[in-house]
Design a protein around this ligand. Structure first.
Ligand code: G4P
Length: 529
């Protein structure tokens, strides 16, 4: 029977994070193949921004199309309903990825065996680590020469700050890659480079010293494997599901996504150990998925690809209860009841209207401008989900409206693009000038292009020397120290979209000096503190 409890227990919602090119798209596709959600390889389009895309706007538009299609990919496997949330790997879209990570219950980190831990992976894993999100690590491209397994695990521990334990172990690598020993199930899976497929069903080895191992992989490889397994037992902690769920231990798997090797082992472990939808904090209390009343939050907004239709798609993660079509829900920030006649769900690359949804699911809601990233929907309770902060942008520019007759379009366009989270807007306190802050330089061109094509507004940018946006927190707004801060720094103070006070510092040195001079004024690099 379908109950809230059984539906919650069926669901596993996760994201795959990696540096571009490590194999995220390939792995996603293989997972969908196993789930029977797609029939052939090549069906999942890569959402990579190709090099040189900065000047190629068709490319950006194409990417937007793909990113709607691949925002959520759902499939069934072994009685579980699995939702993969897409996370752009390109660093200019890192903010998008950070926000998507607020909607996942666990992640799989993909690492290229030859390249090891790369920059983008470091940043994303740091966010997951801080939030204690359970993580599995998949070391990919074992069919190629790469780094030694132990060196890689060291690198993962040191650069990513993780505490790892291998659950599978490669037998050789590149040309000599023979297969994988599954430490969890205690079996060997053989790889054949010739047909690039598994050549055997896994063969069990309760006793790794059995001479049958030699028959399968030869004397040399057997000896090496036994030595390495000994070492592993000595160095790494035993797998403990509870520690993994607490974010304190990260199991590592090896394989080759392209060759379909080691992927099923990863998936089988995933469905067994990955968490079901987790509770989430609000400004009032912790919300448990099993609560009868529906609640959820918007983590992504996607503008319509057709500029003639201004409606957008808001992606809502269901946190608790059952979401139903045509039922009235409270939009907490606006204090307004809304109902949705055509909520959609995503299944592989298809989108369809649904009647109901459960915790862990992502619902797409048509929106005519009511939603902002971070908005909460409930059955009436006034609460706001936490943990969807804005981070300080890295690039800043003044933005000017070039056509005074189109001021309205300009304002509306900027407003809506900011709601979508394309960039952040800061309005200077002393002269009301607008400054746009972005994570990557690419966004400025996206904004200019979209304002012109979707809102008929022309903009120009102007250089402004800002190093970081610091959100200001102060205990006593009437203190002399704070008044002095406001007076001295008035030319550097702005309001963000939520009217929070922000100090736009021109250098790291200024931030330090300001902290020293005004110890009671706290400066934060993120909007939630
Ligand atoms: P991404 O989404 O993380 O950016 O990576 P993606 O899956 O697109 O993979 C990047 C490249 O790595 C692709 O090659 C892909 O075929 C290759 N790749 C993925 N998994 C493996 C693997 O296990 N072994 C080997 N040898 N290669 C792998 P490409 O040439 O950039 O793209 P394509 O033309 O093949 O699509």
């Amino acid at each position: 029977m379908k109950t809230l409890k059984t539906e919650i227990e069926k669901r596993k919602t996760f994201g795959i994070i990696s540096h571009p090119d490590a194999g995220k798209t390939t792995l996603t596709e293989k997972l969908l193949l196993f789930g029977g959600a797609i029939q052939e390889a090549g069906a999942v389009k890569s959402n990579k921004i190709k090099k040189g895309a900065t000047s190629d706007f068709m490319e950006i538009e194409r990417q937007r199309g793909i990113s709607v299609a691949t925002s959520v990919l759902a499939f069934d496997y072994k009685g579980k309903k699995i939702n993969i949330l897409d996370t752009p790997g390109h660093k200019d879209f890192a903010e998008d990825t950070f926000r998507t990570l607020t909607a996942v219950d666990s992640v799989i980190v993909v690492i290229d065996v030859a390249k090891g831990v790369e920059e983008q992976t470091e940043k994303l894993v740091e966010v997951c680590r801080m939030r204690k999100i359970p993580m599995l690590v998949f070391i990919n491209k074992l069919d190629r020469e790469g780094k030694d397994g132990f060196d890689l695990l060291d690198e993962v521990e040191q650069k990513l700050g993780l505490r790892v334990t291998p659950l599978s172990w490669p037998i050789g690598m590149g040309e000599r890659f023979k297969g994988i020993y599954n430490l969890w199930k205690k079996d060997v899976l053989l790889f054949s480079a010739a047909n690039k497929q598994r050549i055997s069903e896994a063969v069990s080895f309760d006793d790794i010293n059995s001479p049958d191992l030699e028959k399968m992989i030869g004397t040399e490889a057997s000896e090496t494997l036994r030595e390495e397994l000994d070492l592993i037992e000595g160095i790494y902690p035993a797998f403990d599901a509870e520690e993994y769920l607490q974010g304190d231990l990260q199991p590592v798997f090896f394989g080759s996504a392209l060759n379909n090797f080691g992927v099923r082992e990863l998936l089988d472990a995933f469905v067994e150990i990955a968490p079901n939808p987790l509770p989430k904090e609000t400004d009032k209390r912790l919300i448990e998925p099993i609560e009868k009343d529906f609640s959820g939050f918007v983590f992504k907004i996607h503008a319509n690809m057709d500029p003639k239709h201004r409606d957008r798609l808001a992606f809502v993660k269901v946190v608790s209860g059952k979401f139903e079509r045509n039922k009235n829900y409270l939009h907490v920030r606006l204090g307004k009841k809304l109902k949705f006649s055509s909520p959609s769900a995503f299944f592989a690359d298809k989108k369809e209207i649904i009647e109901e949804s459960y915790p862990g699911d992502i619902v797409g809601l048509h929106d005519t401008g009511n939603f902002r990233i971070g908005d909460t929907l409930t059955e009436g309770e006034e609460m706001q989900f936490k943990g969807i902060p804005s981070f300080s942008p890295e690039h800043f520019r003044y933005v000017n409206n070039m056509d005074p007759l189109r001021a309205k379009q300009f304002e509306k366009g900027i407003d809506q693009l900011m709601d979508e989270g394309v960039a952040q807007l800061f309005t200077m306190e002393f002269n009301n000038r607008k400054i746009i802050g972005t994570v990557g330089a690419l966004q400025f061109e996206v904004i200019e292009y979209r304002l012109e094509h979707e809102y008929n507004a022309k903009v120009s940018y102007e250089h402004v020397s800002i190093h970081r946006a610091c959100w200001v927190e102060v205990e006593d707004e009437r203190s002399e120290e704070f008044k002095d801060f406001l007076r001295v720094k008035q030319k550097y103070l702005a309001r963000d979209k939520y009217q929070q006070l922000v100090f736009l510092a021109d250098s790291a040195f200024t931030i330090q000096m300001t902290r020293d001079k005004y110890p009671s004024v706290k400066l934060h690099f993120s909007s939630e503190f």
